[in-house]
Design a protein around this ligand. Sequence first.
Ligand SMILES: Nc1ncnc2c1ncn2[C@@H]1O[C@H](COP(=O)(O)OP(=O)(O)O)[C@@H](O)[C@H]1O
Ligand SMILES: CC(C)(COP(=O)(O)O)[C@@H](O)C(=O)NCCC(=O)O
Ligand SMILES: [K+]
Length: 249
Amino acid sequence: MILELDCGNSFIKWRVLESQCSTIRAEGVVGSDIALIDSLIALPGLLLTRCRLVSVRALEETDKLVDALVAAFGVVVSCAVSAREVAGVRNGYEDFERLGLDRWLAMLGGYKLAPGACLVLDFGTAATADFVAADGEHLGGFICPGMPLMRNQLRTHTRKIRYDDVAAERALERLSPGHTTAEAVERGCMLMLRGFVLTQLELARSYWGDDFTIFLTGGDAELVADAVPHARLVPDLVFVGLAMACPLS
Ligand SMILES: Nc1ncnc2c1ncn2[C@@H]1O[C@H](COP(=O)(O)OP(=O)(O)O)[C@@H](O)[C@H]1O
Ligand SMILES: CC(C)(COP(=O)(O)O)[C@@H](O)C(=O)NCCC(=O)O
Ligand SMILES: [K+]
């Protein structure tokens, strides 16, 4: 069995695949290294042969996780690394190593699933947009605060914006102007996110007309999905790219 990990700034997304057929045997989202190891240990019949991982965390943090995995399961861990070009996609950053690896892998995945121009939108801690032209050239991208950062900035830097998770969840049932603090903040941030999406779409159209594929991924992708009904919602897009960047042979 193969363990795959996508370590974002807030959560670790994990899944276990059967080595032969790549069927997903188990998967989850956890908030810490310890929670990850606990979830894996709890799986009946787990027999890990390999592990591949992508991380946007600090090197020391990632190394600590790798050490914990080696200690707990005795697996060899392959970590995705930056590259100038993979599978026809050319990294567009001035310094290719500075491009977030989750963005890079999502682009590789998108271009593989729909060879041709792609707009890749990822909604995690940050919201990111990346433009890949039909010939595989990465035209660059944008980074802005995602939903968790937007709401937390308001909660942290104001005196009177306070509400609980239940109120937050209920607030997003509609998008009309809010009548409570929770509604006003949650819906306001949501509209910021949707505004970001629509702006990226406009830019993509100015480059490529209607001839491009939009990918939505990341934990909050569903929040904006109905704003772009023709987009492809692919929650595991980073994992598609991870398998390309870290083939296990
Ligand atoms: N099962 C889940 N566990 C935790 N967060 C989730 C889950 N499903 C969706 N989310 C949402 O995903 C967001 C985090 O997205 P994610 O792509 O995991 O971020 P990152 O890669 O930056 O860690 C959070 O705002 C949270 O609301
Ligand atoms: C932009 C990001 C913070 C997104 O991280 P995430 O929201 O997925 O946790 C990450 O891709 C990153 O740290 N990138 C390095 C900076 C860059 O891509 O320019
Ligand atoms: K991510």
